[in-house]
Design a binder for this molecule. Structure first.
Ligand code: F6P
Length: 462
């Protein structure tokens, strides 16, 4: 298919694509299209431009779709062998690169870069090579290819060798590790990652902090940036989509149900996350527990609504973290709960309509990650909030760069400080809260997904 932006064809590459398949009981394949920033970003070049999205088959259903030759227009799914994908995705991308960039290791015992790591690294190379080859095959002369994220750091360099005529961009949706942490990687691997990325004409990051960390790594370990340019594009919330979606009947229904769970006159401290190690859900619960201890006047008058949706459950450490979140929520409920009051309402089943309902009725949104590329929840809540919502925001979230002035900011490790911030948030006068929410919503929507994507395309024009 030919797709155009200006005169150039546009290709996007990412691990997770815009569509996934499930095999039904009768053997038929059901397609599910996902949302997200990249999907709405791509729509900016128009539905008829038909950009090509190269992504990976993630599930058995996806692999079956590739085997049967079933596909969506504009999407090419790569079925690398399941074991290769597992090594590359679970082994390297999520257990090493994610941990490095989010600084998640408990360093007395990990990481261990041994023979098993080297074996998995070979799969990561193979996985990246499959993407580079597919892009090289599909791209017209002079096309623009924008590669996404830490799963595909080697693709720009590999693609540059195969197709020097292309304009290549890469965008990181995660933080980037500072040199003192990045240097934990074996020297040759660290260099390979940096030179792989530097195969791009231009690299995009969500904040200046992550862009500066990348530049510092290149200065220290790769002899500088060379010809590669660096840009910062702070992906914003999609206000138009969110406001329309948040007022559909399914969201209204869930608001009624949630309000009944919380109780008519009670305040709601809301958080919505994947159950992700970097999101700091456990310390959020500890801070809430401390609030109930330090300020007993809040007992019976507030509920912590925590949505913690399953993520990366193939990894034991994620399963353990999920269990820890559930255990602590139960502990708080059994210690403080009364017949008419459940202090923590925890939901683990992903339900977008219910998340929007929680955004609308939240009095306080708790976004306290220990490190986060951006955190779109921080940007989405103020956009859809009905009556204004106070944002308690970690200084380690990318969103801090744009939202700090009107949020109550916290050190995510400081449970006592976070408890105090929750109290301050709950007691903020309604007028101030509404004013701050307005300003937060304006900052949060400064760069909607479509513009975010177009900015990168413009910047890649020669
Ligand atoms: O931020 C990086 C990212 O790949 C995002 O695109 C997404 O929010 C998240 O991680 C999803 O992770 P996974 O694809 O492993 O579920």
């Amino acid at each position: 298919m030919t797709s155009t932006y200006g005169a150039a064809q546009v290709l996007v590459a990412s691990n997770r694509g815009p569509v996934s398949y499930e095999v039904g009981d009768d053997g038929s394949l059901n397609a599910r299209r996902g949302g997200g920033g990249l999907v709405s970003g791509l729509s900016a070049i128009g539905p008829d431009a038909g950009a090509l999205w190269v992504c990976s088959a993630l599930s058995d259903g996806d692999r079956e779709a590739v085997r049967r030759g079933v596909g969506e227009e504009g999407v090419r799914m790569l079925a690398v062998p399941a074991e290769v994908h597992a090594d590359a995705y679970n082994g390297i991308a999520n257990s090493v690169l994610w941990f490095v960039h989010h600084m998640l290791y408990q360093t007395p015992l990990e990481p261990v870069f041994d023979a098993e790591f080297r074996r998995q690294w070979a799969s990561y190379e193979e996985y990246n090579r499959a993407f580079a080859r597919a892009l090289a095959e599909e791209a017209a002369e002079g096309a623009v290819a924008i590669v996404q994220d830490y799963h595909l750091t080697l693709v720009p360099g590999m693609l540059r060798e195969l197709r020097p005529d292309l304009r290549i961009g890469h965008f990181s949706h995660t933080p980037w590790a500072p040199p003192e942490y990045f240097r934990m990687l074996p020297d040759d691997i660290g260099r390979q990652i940096l030179t792989g990325m530097l195969g791009a004409d231009r690299l995009g990051f969500l904040t200046h902090r992550w862009a500066d960390a990348f530049t510092a790594c290149c200065t220290e370990f790769a002899g500088g940036l060379g010809e590669t340019r660096i840009g910062v594009h702070g992906l914003g919330a999609d206000a138009e989509f969110l406001r329309e979606r948040a007022h559909r009947p399914d969201v209204e229904e869930r608001m009624t149900a949630l309000r009944a769970e919380i109780g008519e006159d009670r305040r709601a401290i809301v958080r919505v996350d994947r159950t992700e190690l970097s999101k700091n859900i456990v310390r959020g619960l500890l801070a809430y527990r401390q609030l109930l201890d330090d300020r007993p006047e809040w007992r019976e008058r507030v509920v912590h609504v925590a949505f913690a949706y399953p993520s990366r459950q193939d990894l034991a450490v994620y399963r353990e973290y999920t269990a820890a979140v559930q255990r602590l929520a139960e502990e708080i409920n059994s210690r403080y709960g009364t017949p008419g009051w459940t202090p923590v309402v925890l939901h683990v089943k992903d339900d977008f309509a219910r998340s929007l309902a929680a955004y609308r009725l939240a009095d306080v949104a708790l976004v306290n990650p220990i490190r986060d590329g951006m955190n779109l929840v921080a940007k989405e809540v103020p956009v859809v909030s009905d009556e204004g919502c106070v944002l308690v925001l970690s200084r380690e979230a990318g969103a801090y760069e744009e939202l700090r002035e009107d949020a109550i900011t916290v050190n995510p490790y400081d449970v006592t400080g976070t408890a105090a911030a929750l109290h301050e948030a709950l007691t903020m006068p309604a007028g101030e809260r509404a004013e701050r929410t307005k300003r937060l919503a304006a900052a949060a929507t400064a760069l909607p997904p479509a513009q975010w994507f177009l900015e990168q395309l413009h910047a890649l024009e020669r």
